[in-house]
Design a protein around this ligand. Structure first.
Ligand SMILES: O=P(O)(O)OC[C@H]1O[C@H](OP(=O)(O)OP(=O)(O)O)[C@H](O)[C@@H]1O
Ligand code: HPA
Length: 189
């Protein structure tokens, strides 16, 4: 299960971004090139495990897009992208994003109270991005059916659980200066 994803993850180089051990992988960085069979494997799997009774698939610019778009094409469900730039449209919601190595602002457009969304992103690490996004959506009255992250690392999951959000992480990894190790695969237990 998820063989291509696991095989590619353990081959990922790790670099330092400040104190943060940052792994580089096609799904999280687009570097090196993204093998379409990898995206196919991941989107097939997400289609099986996610609650897709939704109005839209919601992802965050930039690297959530390849997988979320593949899922949208497979299912016919529209895709909504949370952007890193404002559009100043009526109803735009602004939120602060903080990761292990960066801070920024995200902007939600195109959602309204009562909408149902499934969140799909490439990585959850500190949980800063998904936590801020889930809080903003809850305040907007948007219902989250599921949160899916292709890759999980670090302790972000605990923070999300406190908010009542239990993400489904396809592959959980440990990242050190020596490289990437697989810790867990969704559905393997
Ligand atoms: O759990 P966290 O610590 O918040 O990290 C996870 C976030 O970091 C990455 O986004 P990033 O802002 O680096 O943008 P990118 O998708 O453009 O690489 C990734 O796509 C997640 O959204
Ligand atoms: O280590 C990482 N690599 C790629 N994307 C990420 N997003 C959060 N952490 C990482």
């Amino acid at each position: 299960m998820l063989e291509r994803l696991k095989d590619s993850l353990v081959k990922s180089p790790v670099i330092k971004r400040g104190e943060y051990n940052y792994f580089i992988h096609p799904i999280s960085d687009g570097v090196p090139s993204i093998d379409p069979r990898l995206v196919q494997e991941i989107s097939d799997y997400i289609e099986r495990i996610a609650d897709l009774n939704v109005d839209t698939i919601l992802t965050v610019e930039a690297m959530g897009i390849p997988v979320a778009n593949a899922l949208s094409l497979k299912t016919g469900i529209p895709l909504t992208i949370v952007r890193k730039r404002p559009y100043f449209l009526e109803g735009e919601v602004e939120l602060s994003q903080s990761t292990g190595y960066s801070k920024g602002t995200l902007y939600i457009n195109g959602l309204k109270k009562g909408d149902r969304v499934v969140i799909v992103d490439d990585v959850v690490s500190t949980g800063g991005t998904l936590l801020a996004l889930a809080k903003a959506l809850q305040n907007m009255g948007v219902e989250i059916t599921d949160v899916i992250s292709v890759i999980g690392r670090g302790d972000g999951l605990l923070k999300l659980k406190e908010l009542g959000v239990e993400p489904k992480i396809l592959v959980t990894i440990d990242v050190s200066e020596k490289g990437v190790e697989i810790q867990d695969v969704f559905g393997d237990q």
